[in-house]
Design a protein around this ligand. Sequence first.
Ligand code: 6GU
Length: 226
Amino acid sequence: MRIDIITVVPDILTSPFEVSILKRAIEKGLVEIHLHNLRDYVTDNYKQIDDYQFGGGAGMVMMIEPIDKCIANLKSQRDYDDVIYMTPDGARFDQKTANAISLKENLIILCGHYKGVDQRVRDHFITKEISIGDYVLSGGELAAAIVCDAVIRLIPGVLGNETSALTDSFQDDLLAPPVYTRPADYKGWKVPEVLTSGNFPKIETWREDQSYERTKKLRPDLLGEE
Ligand code: 6GU
């Protein structure tokens, strides 16, 4: 998979890909991340990427020309499956969307800023609009990092244990069961006995029950309740 991220603040997006799982995914050649500074596609001397909105009103709007130039340059080199725009009024990101995106080959992600982009960008270049939740961030970069993280960890080979991505919370609309590690007794707080019993069918049943109980208590909406 290759992801090209278009942004006015590329610095925000460097560290997420320099550590841990995402770093290893890149080192293994399973994903390529390319950051593109929108200012590099501005032709005027002031390096202007935003302007006042037509009709008046507070807030600047990202101009179409630099975005067009950047996207055109990328598209001249390869085909893209999707051009994603990160925006608070996009479709709410969830595990199902992450699963679908993880199957793509080449993606462009455009990060919005200020009042957002000129509507003509959305009308003519964007194929998918994503929000990460009902609150407003200063820009789409942190949201893009979240989408990249959720997607990249699903690519086969990225996680050491292939099954662990499939047992995550939300993968089957149930929350994950509680987990424990050594010591089995810490200050009198004991690990549930079933987990140290060695009875694996019983452990599996316990985990399924816990998943269900947790979901019912914390996220009844996932079970179609409330
Ligand atoms: Cl994708 N962008 C911004 N600016 N704010 C958000 C968001 C995206 N998703 C939730 N809030």
